[in-house]
Design a protein around this ligand. Sequence first.
Ligand SMILES: [Zn+2]
Length: 461
Amino acid sequence: MRRIIVLFSFIIAIPSLNAQQKISYLLNKQANLNKVTIQITFDALSANDANLVIPRSAPGTYSLANYMAFIDDVVGYTVTGKQLSGMIGDGSFFMFGESNDLLNKVTYTVDIQKMEIDLLDASMSSKARKDYLGLFGYSAFGFIEGLETEAINLTINTDPSWPVFSTLRPDTNRKNGTDSYEAENYAALVDAQYLLGKGVQVIRVEEAQIPLFVAAYAETTIALEDIGNTGLLSLQKLADYFGYIPMPHYTLVYEFLKPISERHDYGFNMEHLNSMTAHRDISQEYNPNRDLGTIIHHIGHSWIPLRSWGEGYRPFTWQVAPLVETIWLNEGFIWYVSFHKILQNEEILNWWKSNMDNAPAFIKTKTLKELSLLGSTQYASDFRIGKNLFSRGALMAYDLDEYIQKQTNGKKSFKDAMLGLLNWSNENQRAFKFNEIEPIMSQATGVDLSPIWDKWQKAPK
Ligand SMILES: [Zn+2]
């Protein structure tokens, strides 16, 4: 009996050892420079097979950013210590030549200051300010093509006096100078934010159902507690609506910044699996109570689309901005839940309608799917497209809600349709196809929703 157990454990030990092999990322903040150096170490690959991919987009941004433009000094290292210069490929990636030399390490630098100057949308750029480095994972970390699903061990090194914070493992007790993190794969690594420096403040919000944090960098005086209270209220309202909280923890990341220029736009925020990132121009008055709708909306994205999503959103094709057919759902359904159901703002229906009525012809003549494809790269850069997408999605949600309640004498509602999508994603662990959305919602509510669905597929004009 004992021998068998020993043998058995030996057999299972082999694959589990392999599974534990990780890719190592090392991020070094360069002293006195607003640049970081990234080192990626991996199981050796033939140099002619190794491409270092730099993301050009990220889930939920619905835009293109040329992050390659901020990267320099790309070097590959062979197992024998030879250095191979990275050469720009035919897309958002670097190559390391035609040799069969075995490559197991690459390094490169990212110029964060140049990124902040060149990218006018603050929600796409990392920031380098006095006593502060705030990084969006996807703006700094590339990956070796083909290794995206491997587990990652990340070490961050910075000035010895600088505290290190990440939304991967939020904590008010921060280590100074260096810290390490585990990420289950590349997507999880780059979905997170990394906030370094003495300028970063972190508080934990007590009484929340999950560990809830505010992490902020402010070039003015800001009471983080006020943001925390609004975040707590938002989380409670969403938990009451959906009936559960899927996130293990949550961080509200805020940046209060002197604008780089008048052309820089601080109006957009970004959602992530377990965090949201907001940017505020300190030349404008800030009132955290007025952020309630925004915070509910962005935390709400932790349900949809982050935990129930359509094709294109995940798995994500990092080196292009993939075509997404369901932006109206990702945005519109959560707009409807946030502002109409939770905040009970009836007036907003008219605003959504006016967004549709006042759209230019090139938007009005597009079907729902066509407009979403267009919005995949231009959601915010032409915000008439973005506004039209979420307005159509929110008004479809309203129609669905009215129809479901009428057909079921109030026993079911739009909430059951959304819970149907969430349960389906939880069971299937894959993106739903466009043609699966209506059947999933119909089945979850017991109502044939095809009449409403079909109506909203058409172009308004
Ligand atoms: Zn949104």
